[in-house]
Design a protein around this ligand. Structure first.
Ligand SMILES: Nc1ncnc2c1ncn2[C@@H]1O[C@H](COP(=O)(O)OP(=O)(O)OP(=O)(O)O)[C@@H](O)[C@H]1O
Length: 302
């Protein structure tokens, strides 16, 4: 079966008179990781809940692993891993009991529980009740629960909140392993630097609408943030070259995405400069730029 695991088309969602989602479409393929970005209240959690079948959109179609509609989602529950935004378990259970409970529900071999407890550094606390766990420990347990069944679809709602940097890095390593195994991963987050280094694409939401979708390079091409270029003796080159001078800002050449190839060609062919450093725009800058100057997202209209 080669169905696209997650395909949402023209999704609308209303809470009474309030429009929480408006015409949102996207797909996530097997082995693809997509970040859901956007301001508080942009609609990220609502999209995740729609994928899960926890809420039904007011309009549009949801296609999960080739099946449409809410009922069919039940067939796939075991193949879905989910970490809710506010993870909470019954706090009289121990960490091990929680994972054993989900392992039984998801028909996962018990040895996997022991492995994950160990990998998430919870071995020392596995027989303690959850009421003694710190926020980060509960979050680690929540993430372990989400990936327990090595699912085909993994949905994580702000998974790194409360995690220390080491645990966040470990989590993204795990996400990468699942991606290699063909899992379609959606992560809602505000941590843009982690998205940049670990996720394939990002869907940027604003006020319930899709603002942009693409890889960092694609998002960069749609923003007005420039690429910086530096090389040895740049200042003296700029002094004698009119063309280069036009792009010289704050000690480096700065070009828009569409001009980058042309500039590199010029440096190589006209100046014989082969050794230069490109400073690509950071996702954080692209994000703020897109939020301030929204694109007309052509592909969203298709
Ligand atoms: N049950 C509900 N009833 C009414 N409005 C709701 C309900 N759930 C969500 N909303 C509204 O829908 C909008 C989208 O909420 P959602 O939780 O999807 O945003 P989000 O992007 O996940 O935000 P955050 O980054 O703060 O978690 C918000 O304006 C929110 O107030």
């Amino acid at each position: 079966m080669n169905e696209i695991p997650i395909k949402l088309t023209d999704i609308g969602l209303k809470y009474d008179d309030f429009t929480a989602l408006d015409g949102v479409s996207f797909e996530v393929e097997s082995g693809q990781t997509m970040a859901l970005l956007g301001h508080n209240g942009a609609g990220k959690s609502s999209l995740i809940k729609i994928i899960l079948g926890l809420i039904t959109p007011s309009s549009g179609s949801v296609n999960i692993m080739g099946s449409q509609g809410k009922l069919s989602h039940h067939k796939h529950k075991i193949n879905l891993g989910y970490l809710p935004e506010d993870v909470s378990f019954y706090d009289k259970l121990t960490g091990r009991e929680v994972l054993n409970y989900f392992a039984a529900l998801k028909r996962v071999r018990p040895t996997r529980v022991a492995d994950l407890i160990d990998e998430f550094g919870l071995g020392y606390a596995q027989d303690r009740q959850l009421k003694t766990y710190s926020k980060g420990m509960k979050q680690r347990l929540g993430v372990a629960q989400a990936i327990l069944s090595e699912p085909g679809i993994l949905l994580l709602d702000e998974p790194t909140v409360g995690l220390d940097p080491q645990a966040s890095k470990f989590l993204y390593g795990k996400i990468n392993q699942l991606k290699q195994a063909g899992c379609a991963v959606v992560v809602s987050t505000h941590e843009l630097s982690l998205v940049e280094s670990h996720m394939d694409t990002a869907l940027i939401m604003s006020k319930g609408r899709r603002l942009a979708l693409g890889t960092s390079s694609e998002l960069s091409a749609g923003s007005s943030i420039k690429t910086g270029i530096e090389f040895a003796e740049l200042a003296s080159w700029v002094e004698r070259d009119h063309y280069l001078r036009r792009f010289f800002i704050d000690g480096r050449l700065q070009v828009e995405s569409a001009q980058k190839q042309q500039m590199i060609k010029y440096l190589v062919s006209q100046c014989q400069i082969f050794d230069f450093t490109l400073h690509k725009p950071k996702l954080e800058d692209i994000y703020h730029d897109l939020m301030m100057h929204p694109l007309v997202d052509q592909s969203a209209q298709q």
